[in-house]
Design a protein around this ligand. Structure first.
Ligand SMILES: [Zn+2]
Length: 839
């Protein structure tokens, strides 16, 4: 009620000249002490406040970017002078021309620099436990909306601030609800036993080149299609026991293909942040620490290759909104850039320890936010000129004839269509040839981005000390889309006679009695799963010759009823051939009933697996510890999938104890304690022996190997030479098995741990088949990224299928559906699920 009265009051005051003074503060508006201990505004309150601010202030405009996965309004607030906001369309046009200066004369460019404003994009709270920035954003916006001092007004004249208080609203709501529920209990401020997003949790900051999630898509649209900002700051929080705040410059390594002016802008801003923080006696600020300038998976990171100066800040966390006390001896370095906790040039004033609260986090963030606004205003013309220069340099890196070609005629044409659509979503320009080939010219503003995503990575082996180990990758080390998607894209010369690319329509004409779908594309599963609910689908288990056609093993045939449902669904680029009838020498496919195991320690791979399976129409049901332990699984499921979770976590609900590292594993409410335990293990064993199919992904294979005593072991476990960081490896596929039907002879698999199998010849009651192996020559193993010691996995098995009792086990020793970024190997998982219902 209070809310409504205040909004009405604020709106009524709009007409008066003194309206700024009556813009309510967030605490007044929400009736809570924002930033106080144990107090948080949830996302809906944050949005309500910004709407009120929009209504009350001519300096604030709320723009809804789209719906989140759970249907919240994802919004940004444009905050600037009244004049700038009234002139928004023109300023956006200038930003667009600066981002793509092709055809501009020197004089025209300089006129745009003169007239334009810096677009400063600030994203907060992508990680929902990192709650402070969503609260700080309200206070900051209020201060900017109401300030009457000349300095603030000057900044708002020079800069259009595009502020997103939370880019994961669903998670923000989940975390604030969990926090409020546990206030005053022993679990207050403790972790939530599930992901803070319907699917991806913390990995929402790994989605920025694949754009699979609604939130990523909406924000990317705002950045690359609508606003074209020159500067992007993403505000995070980190652990509680290290430095108080990270600001740029970044740590090593740096990607050599990013324009150096990106780092010069970033470092200038970062230096001013540290300067203002130190002046305000905020100790513990560090740069050149942990966070590198190389990997493109995160929000503003992807933007580096698109000529945007992207910054990260990380502030030490409290326990959500509950203060935490850090003893002096608990303060530690241990990361890149701070080995021992103590003064260094990048960390001149270590924080001494003590109590740390939500308000501290917000204060550090607020000072850094004001500092970036200050620098952007101060350097307005420089930053616009630099952005223009970066775009020009990107365009000039290649000749106008340099391009990539994505051929229409390829094994997975649907995947190729998907790659083209993804690049277009990224703001990349594409062209189409009359034969359907897609060309991606390199001489365009996002040419560096195109080149980065379409070519293999070679991780720079930077050393900080001579002779010592290299700086290890922050996250993964490879993101070569054609390899991950199983799509062919190659360097080519741009031909003449091209037209602007348009999305391929999903035309599946119903001009036959039955239809054949070429095997091997993951996209086929979308059509098969929808078709199976309406009609019948049959698969060729061996190559077929019929009616003058050769059909490879794995070809799926849909009858007309199934085809009608599939055609209504549609998949652009899908192979779809009318045939007079479904060949008799085929086997019926049945829709598998899939269970997906979900531990109570939020597993991102569980979320991604569920996301991928749902996207492709498998409709998985979640199985928690209790459901597995209850047994009788065969009545409900044909296949059970264990996501990439360690065997300790599956068995006990607790992670493996790190030898050497002191770690405390916080307790969860009793209903979330424990793992599968003995009952769960025997329920799974019973499920398999009586006819079920168990599919284990990556780490969880070790659990299954142990519990079912399989004649398989991890051959890489004991190799001390082997090291790998999320990279793409070559694997040779063994044909002639339902799990590998339709896959090419060679696939690119994503691997991020020391895992490869040795098998042992079993007894006559068991069959074991190696489905894929790493090449015999170690030099052939790595396709993209970074690894050491490939000898340890050369010739070893990457995936194995076994029969156990009446059932089956599939061990996929690589990341077959990693972060939904590896469609090229989705068929391993999908085929394993279909295998569960085969004869
Ligand atoms: Zn974070």
């Amino acid at each position: 009620m209070r809310t409504h009265v205040l909004v009405a009051a604020a709106v009524a005051l709009l007409a008066g000249p003194a309206r700024a003074a009556s813009v309510p503060s967030p605490s007044e508006f929400l009736g809570m002490a924002v930033g106080a201990d144990r107090t948080v505004a949830d996302y809906r309150q944050v949005l309500a406040y910004f709407k009120a601010l929009d209504a009350a202030s001519a300096r604030v405009e709320v723009e809804v970017l789209g719906k989140t996965t759970l249907g919240e309004d994802l919004f940004l607030a444009a905050i600037s002078s009244e004049t700038n906001l009234a002139n928004k369309k023109r300023l956006q046009e200038i930003a667009r021309r600066i981002a793509d200066p092709r055809g501009l004369s020197e004089a025209e460019a300089e006129a745009l620099v003169h007239e334009g404003k810096v677009f400063l994009f600030i994203t907060c709270n992508i990680h929902s436990t990192e709650i402070a920035a969503s609260q700080m954003a309200m206070e900051w916006a209020h201060a900017l909306a109401t300030a009457e001092d000349t300095e603030t007004k000057r900044r708002l004249d020079e800069v259009v601030l595009l502020l997103l208080p939370s880019i994961n609203p669903d998670g923000q709501v989940m975390e604030t609800e969990w926090y409020r529920k546990n206030l005053g209990t022993r679990y207050e401020g403790g972790r939530m036993p599930w992901l803070y997003h319907p699917y991806v949790g913390h990995d929402n900051n790994r989605d920025w080149f694949m754009l699979t999630q609604k939130e990523t898509q909406a924000v990317s649209r705002a950045v690359y299609h609508e606003w074209l900002p020159q500067v992007w700051l993403d505000e995070h929080q980190m652990g509680a026991t290290g430095p108080r705040m990270f600001v740029p410059p970044y740590a090593e390594p740096v990607d050599p293909d990013i324009h150096p002016l990106v780092w010069r802008d970033v470092n200038l801003i970062g230096a001013n942040m540290a300067f203002r923080l130190e002046q305000a006696k905020k100790t513990g600020v560090i740069y050149g620490y942990v966070f590198d300038a190389y990997w493109p998976g995160g929000t503003k990171n992807t933007a580096w290759w698109k000529n945007i100066s992207g910054l990260l800040t990380e502030v030490a966390s409290a326990r959500f909104a509950t203060p935490v006390r850090i003893e002096r001896n608990e303060l530690s370095g241990g990361g890149k850039g701070l080995v021992e906790y103590g003064p260094q040039t990048n960390f001149p004033s270590p924080w001494p320890g003590g109590t740390w609260r939500l308000r501290d986090v917000m204060d550090y963030e607020r000072i850094a936010s004001d500092a970036i606004l200050e620098t952007c205003a101060e350097r307005r013309a420089d930053f616009l000129r630099n952005a223009l220069e970066r775009a020009r340099a990107a365009i000039a890196t290649w000749s106008v004839r340099d391009a990539f070609r994505i051929p229409a005629d390829q094994r997975d044409a649907a995947g190729a269509a998907r790659l083209a659509a993804l690049l277009s979503e990224h703001g990349v320009e594409l062209q189409a040839a009359p034969d359907g080939d897609v060309y991606v010219p390199l001489a365009q503003p996002y040419g560096r981005f195109v080149n980065e995503l379409l070519t293999p990575q070679r991780y720079p082996e930077t050393k900080l000390v001579p002779g010592k180990d290299i700086v290890r990758p922050y996250d993964v080390a490879a993101w070569t889309l054609p390899l991950m998607m199983g799509v062919r894209a190659e360097r080519a010369v741009l031909p003449t006679g091209l037209a602007p690319w348009k999305a391929v329509p999903a035309q599946l004409p119903l001009d036959g009695a039955a239809f054949a779908l070429a095997p091997g594309s993951p996209e086929t599963a979308r059509l098969v799963n929808v078709g199976l609910r309406a009609g019948t689908a049959r698969v060729a288990r061996a190559p077929l010759s019929e009616g003058g056609h050769e059909w490879p093993a794995g070809t799926v045939f849909l009858d007309l009823a199934a085809a009608k449902a599939a055609a209504a669904k549609g998949v652009p680029g899908q192979s779809w051939t009318a045939v007079p009838s479904v060949p008799a020498a085929t086997e019926a496919l049945r829709a598998p009933r899939v269970g997906l195991y979900k531990p109570w320690m939020a597993s991102m791979d569980e979320g991604w697996t569920r996301f991928v399976l749902e996207q492709y129409g498998f409709e998985p049901k979640t199985l928690d510890n209790k459901a597995v332990r209850a047994g009788g699984l065969l009545a409900g499921f044909d296949a059970i999938v264990l996501p990439d979770v360690t065997k300790e976590l599956i068995a006990t609900g607790k992670p493996k104890r790190d030898e050497g590292a002191m770690r405390y594993f916080p307790e969860l409410p009793p209903e979330f304690a424990g793992g599968l335990d003995k009952e769960g293990a025997s329920a799974l064993k019973d499920f398999v022996e009586k006819g079920g199919t168990l599919v284990a992904l990556s780490s969880s294979t070790e659990y299954v190997i142990d519990e079912l005593a399989l004649p398989v072991r991890n051959a890489a476990a004991r190799s001390s030479d082997l090291a790998i960081a999320g990279s793409i490896l070559r694997a040779e596929v063994a044909p002639g098995h339902p799990v590998t039907d339709g896959l090419p002879r060679e696939v690119a698999v994503f691997q991020d741990e020391a895992l490869a199998f040795d098998t042992v010849l079993p007894g006559p009651e068991m069959d074991r088949r190696v489905l894929a192996s790493y090449p015999a020559a170690p030099a052939d193993v790595l396709l993209s990224g970074w690894m050491r010691g490939p000898e340890a996995i050369a010739r070893k098995a990457a995936a194995v299928a076994l029969t156990v009792g009446k059932g089956r086990v599939v061990l996929l020793g690589f990341r077959a559906q990693h972060r939904a970024q590896t469609p090229g190997t989705f068929p391993f998982l999908f085929n394993a699920l279909y295998w569960s219902t085969a004869k």
